[in-house]
Design a binder for this molecule. Structure first.
Ligand SMILES: Cc1cc2nc3c(=O)[nH]c(=O)nc-3n(C[C@H](O)[C@H](O)[C@H](O)COP(=O)(O)OP(=O)(O)OC[C@H]3O[C@@H](n4cnc5c(N)ncnc54)[C@H](O)[C@@H]3O)c2cc1C
Length: 369
């Protein structure tokens, strides 16, 4: 079995993770989902909300949460990684507002869902701060705020002067910050593992330690199916929710570009540090540099901090060894200590993992008929 990464989040789970049984028979179901990450599990949950009688199977090569969903920065973000301008140009101006509203709603819906399911996923809708740490960054961020407001999304992004920003995060060298109130912080491993547990309680069969070797589309004489060594699952619908790992499936090597994001976490920091530094609402944070960085104050008062920086590996390859890169970890620690010069204590955890970059840079859901 693929061993889950040494992510700090896994140590916050309530107990050791015991893999569920592997698939060992052929099955006929309504929906077969490949991949036990957020995409696969939220899909199962949403389908059940609409029709509780559906027979749904999830097949996971390791354990649920093995992929990026169990290792990430815990930003439940309402921010879309493509500009409104690009969206309008490609899909029409009329698509922009509904997308904004859907993204904002999605974060709140996530909060409601974990509450309703009794998952203690450390959800906290404290917003996101993006710091300006130079005059150029301040100008760029202010431009973004005014563009947003011109388009009628003024409630989504506010500009904070340096004094206002320091009320929330007392960091040196701030030229101001933007504040996006819709975003939330979660503990991703607790959410993804909790989701899987609740789905099983509601009748979804989850098979772990089961690698799907192929997904076959329906033909005029048989339904779609997924094939593993232990058995074949035939279904009316197959959902491929394999993100970066998709490149290992037949015919999909170039479907996405797997890129790596790496993270570090501090030891729990003393209340004297947080009293002086802020983040009282557990705001997630970044700055406006071109290289993506992201951080959060965790429930146990650490800083979990990550960034892209890791190289793309030739030929879209994915290997467990790529989850760790000392050079990138050092860069991350340097950046974190630059942001928080009074940071006490040591870095206690280092980990990473692959996520998928769509080759056209546009997040999307595709339907093959
Ligand atoms: C370090 C890091 C930090 C990140 N931070 C953030 C963040 O803060 N906010 C944010 O929004 N996004 C973040 N991301 C991205 C985000 O985590 C992912 O986009 C998201 O979790 C993808 O969910 P998923 O379910 O589609 O994929 P995954 O979580 O990768 O799940 C796919 C699952 O499919 C399984 N699988 C794959 N192939 C097969 C197969 N053949 N057979 C059976 N099972 C298979 C895998 O084992 C895996 O469990 C981060 C990513 C990383 C790596």
């Amino acid at each position: 079995m693929l061993t889950p990464p040494r992510s700090m989040w896994w140590e916050t789970l309530d107990g050791p993770v015991t893999p569920r049984p592997a698939l060992s028979e052929n099955l006929d179901v309504d929906v077969a989902i490949v991949g036990g990450g957020f995409t696969g599990l939220w899909t199962a949950r949403e389908l059940l909300e609409r029709d509780p009688a559906l027979r749904i199977v999830v097949v996971e090569q390791s354990v649920c949460g093995f992929g990026a969903s169990g290792r990430n920065g815990g930003w439940a973000s309402a921010l879309f990684p493509v500009s409104d301008w690009t969206l309008a140009k490609r899909f029409g101006e009329e698509t922009v507002a509904p997308l904004h509203h859907a993204l904002n709603r999605a974060v709140a819906t996530l909060g409601e869902a974990v509450r309703n399911d009794g998952i203690d996923g450390h959800f906290r809708q404290g917003g996101t701060l993006t710091f300006a740490r130079s005059q150029i960054q301040a100008e760029r961020l202010q431009h973004q705020v005014s563009k947003n407001s011109e388009r009628g999304f003024g409630d989504e992004l506010a500009w904070l002067s340096s004094d206002e920003a320091r009320q929330r995060a007392d960091l040196p060298g701030l030229f101001g910050a933007t504040f996006a109130p819709h975003c939330a912080r979660i503990n991703p491993a607790r959410v993804v593992r909790g989701l899987a547990d609740r789905l099983v309680e509601r009748g979804v069969d989850i098979y772990e330690n089961t690698t799907v070797a192929a997904i076959e589309a329906a033909t005029p004489t048989r339904r779609a199916r997924i094939i593993s060594r232990g058995g074949t699952v035939s279904a009316n619908y197959v959902v491929r929710a394999t993100e970066a790992f998709s490149v290992k499936l037949p015919g999909l090597r170039r479907s996405v570009a797997p890129i790596y994001s790496l993270m570090i976490a501090t030891e729990p920091l003393p209340s004297s540090f947080w009293d002086a530094t802020g983040f009282r609402e557990y705001e997630t944070f970044a700055d406006d540099r071109h290289m993506i960085i992201y951080g959060q104050r965790t429930d146990d008062n650490r800083i979990a901090f990550g960034g892209r920086g890791a190289p793309y590996h030739f030929g879209s390859s994915i290997k467990p060894g790529y989850d760790y890169d000392d050079k990138v970890f050092q860069l991350l620690e340097g950046t974190l200590r630059d942001l928080f010069p009074n940071l006490p204590g040591e870095i206690s955890h280092r980990w990473g993992g692959p996520l998928a970059m769509p080759r056209d840079m546009m997040p999307s859901v595709n339907v093959d008929h």
